[in-house]
Write a protein that binds this ligand. Structure first.
Ligand code: HEM
Length: 284
C-alpha cells in the first residue's frame, strides 16, 4: 500500500495527500499501522536495554548530535527506522526478482552463474571472502540487473541556486526529477541498452563513464546502504541460485510497474531443486 501510494504523493501538488480518495485513505491507514509496529519495536528496545544490542536500532537509539549532545526525537527515530526499512527492502527485493527473471530468460547467463556457484561454493554457505573476491560472474549479473532494471528509477533534487543545465535555466527553489533508468538505457552510453548482457562488466571490457552508472545515485544524498545492498544481494542470489532454478510460470508476460521502485508485475516462478537431495532409486 505504501509503495503504491508513494509515487502519486511525490509528484502530486501539495495538499493532494489530504484529499480523501480511496488510495489516500489506504495509504494513511497503512502508514498508521506501520508507524505503530515500528513504535512498538522501539519501545520494546527501550524497556529491555535494547540499546546495548549490537544492531542498527541500538546504534540509532544511542546516537547523539555532536552540537547539542541530544538524542533524536521519538518521531525522528521512528521515521529514520521506516526510511531504512523501506529503502532497504523494496530495492533489493525488486533487484533480486528481476535477476531471477533474467536468469530464466537467458539460459546461457544462468548456466555460467550456476557453474561459478558450483565451483566456488561447492555446496557450502557464502562467506564474506566470496562476496569480495570470488563470485565475479554473479557480481556482473547483479550489476547488469541494476543497470537494466534500476530499482529506484528516479531521484529528486531542489535547486538551492539558479542552475544552467544543457542550455536550460532552472530557477532557485525548483524541484527537479531525473531518471536513473533513462540514464542506464541511453544508447549513447550503453550499446544495445535493452539487452541483458552481464559481459558488459567483464574484466578488460571498456568501462562506461562512471557517472553514467549510478543505481545508488551520487552526491550527498547517495544511498547510505550501498555496501550493505551488495552484500545482501550477493548472499541471497548465490544462496538461492546454488540450490534452485526458478522457472517462469508459463503464459504470463512480465511488465515493468512504475511505482516508487521499478518492479516486475506479478512474477510467479516455479522453484525446481537443481540437485536431488536423496539418492536416485535403484532397480533390482
Ligand atoms: C539494490 C539496492 C538499492 C538501491 C538500488 C538503492 C538506491 C538508492 C537511491 C537511488 C537513493 C536515492 C539517493 C538520492 O536521492 O540521490 C537511495 C537512498 C537511500 N537508501 Fe538506498 N538503495 C538500495 C539499497 C538500500 C539498502 C539495503 C539500504 C539500507 C539498509 C538503503 C538505505 C537508503 C537510505 C536510508 C537512503 C536515503 C539517503 C538520504 O536521503 O540521505 N538503500 N538508495
Amino acid at each position: 500500500m505504501i509503495v503504491a501510494g508513494l509515487l502519486p504523493r511525490v509528484v502530486a501538488p501539495d495538499g493532494w495527500e489530504r484529499v480523501p480518495t480511496p488510495g489516500n485513505r489506504r495509504f494513511t491507514e497503512a502508514r498508521r499501522r506501520l508507524r505503530a509496529i515500528v513504535e512498538d519495536v522501539i519501545e520494546s528496545y527501550r524497556v529491555s536495554a535494547g540499546n546495548q544490542r549490537d544492531d542498527l536500532l541500538s546504534a540509532l537509539l544511542t546516537a547523539r548530535y555532536d552540537d547539542t549532545g541530544e538524542p533524536m526525537s521519538a518521531e525522528q527515530l521512528r521515521d529514520e527506522v521506516i526510511t531504512i526499512l523501506m529503502s532497504g527492502t523494496e530495492t533489493t527485493a525488486s533487484a533480486l526478482s528481476w535477476m531471477f527473471h533474467q536468469l530464466a530468460e537467458n539460459p546461457e547467463v544462468e548456466r555460467r552463474m550456476h557453474a561459478e556457484l558450483d565451483t566456488v561454493l561447492a555446496g557450502r554457505a557464502v562467506t564474506h571472502a566470496d562476496i569480495e573476491r570470488r563470485l565475479d560472474y554473479t557480481g556482473q549479473v547483479l550489476r547488469e540487473t541494476l543497470r537494466r532494471h534500476s530499482p529506484l528509477w528516479f531521484v529528486m533534487r531542489r535547486t538551492t541556486g539558479p542552475v544552467d543545465l544543457a542550455g536550460v535555466r532552472i530557477p532557485v527553489g525548483s524541484q527537479v526529477i531525473y531518471s536513473l533508468a533513462a540514464l542506464h538505457r541511453d544508447p549513447a552510453v550503453f550499446a544495445a541498452p535493452m539487452v541483458f548482457d552481464p559481459d558488459r562488466w567483464a574484466p578488460g571490457r571498456p568501462v562506461p563513464d562512471r557517472q553514467a552508472f549510478q543505481p545508488f545515485s551520487s552526491g550527498r544524498h547517495k544511498c547510505i546502504g550501498e555496501s550493505f545492498a551488495w552484500a545482501e544481494m550477493t548472499i541471497a542470489a548465490a544462496t538461492v541460485a546454488a540450490r534452485w532454478r526458478l522457472r517462469p510460470v508459463p503464459g504470463r508476460r512480465i511488465r515493468e510497474r512504475t511505482l516508487a521502485t521499478l518492479r516486475p508485475s506479478t512474477l510467479l516462478m516455479i522453484a525446481e531443486p537443481r540437485f536431488a537431495t536423496t539418492a536416485a532409486p535403484t532397480t533390482n
